[in-house]
Design a protein around this ligand. Structure first.
Ligand code: GRF
Length: 192
């Protein structure tokens, strides 16, 4: 990935499906002078994603793509991103799995945040699994997206201690706070 020159920010899209706290945090980060990226587009697979409100709040373009016909949808997304000159993709709570074909088109240009210390707990229900297994630590990972789920090269991780009183909800909250530090830090690491 080319380094940012500081003159022009890298046009970025954030894919969401839910609350969008990472999206909000990335938008705030992108507005800082030091940020190598600008957030120019928000994509969701559902109009129910609460995070879409940040598109209005921060006056960022949003697009909803229904994933019922995945291949056609991804082709449309690809064409749209090309048209908008977007060259970097951040997944933030995006609940659809992108196809190999799409990922290959953006090789090394898609990153994701995952709420576990990968390679542990790929997929869903990470906090429940960490608690059931009586792990002492969990955390979050920012990684490149490759064609295998939650398996791409790790960019950065942050650890969180799991206390005996923790529930999956309290753990999720603690980890989300760390995610908000880790995602911008990882982007700085990539383009720094
Ligand atoms: C985060 O925990 C993220 O790691 C996971 O989904 C959650 C999204 O939260 N992939 P938010 O929508 O950014 O608030």
């Amino acid at each position: 990935m080319e380094k940012s020159t500081g003159l022009k920010k890298i046009k970025t899209v954030v894919f969401i499906s839910g609350a969008g706290s990472n999206l909000k945090n990335l938008i705030k980060f992108s507005k800082k002078k030091k940020s190598p990226i600008s957030i120019n587009l928000i994509i969701s697979n559902t109009n129910k994603a609460k995070g879409l409100k940040y598109a209005n709040q921060f006056k960022i373009k949003k697009k909803i793509f229904n994933f019922k016909k995945k291949n056609t949808t991804e082709e449309n997304i690809f064409l749209y991103l090309k048209k908008e000159k977007i060259s970097f993709i951040c997944l933030a709570g995006f609940m659809k799995v992108l196809s190999k074909n799409f990922i290959k088109k953006f090789d090394g240009k898609i990153i994701n945040i995952h709420p576990s210390l990968l390679p542990k707990y790929k997929g869903l229900n990470t906090h429940e699994r960490a608690i059931i297994n009586k792990d002492k630590f969990s955390g979050c990972t920012v990684h490149y997206v490759n064609t295998k789920l939650d398996s791409g090269k790790i960019i950065m991780q942050k650890k969180v201690r799991i206390l005996p009183k923790d529930t999956s909800l309290s753990l999720a909250k603690k980890i989300l706070k760390k995610e908000h530090k880790l995602y911008p830090a990882s982007i700085m690491k990539i383009f720094g």
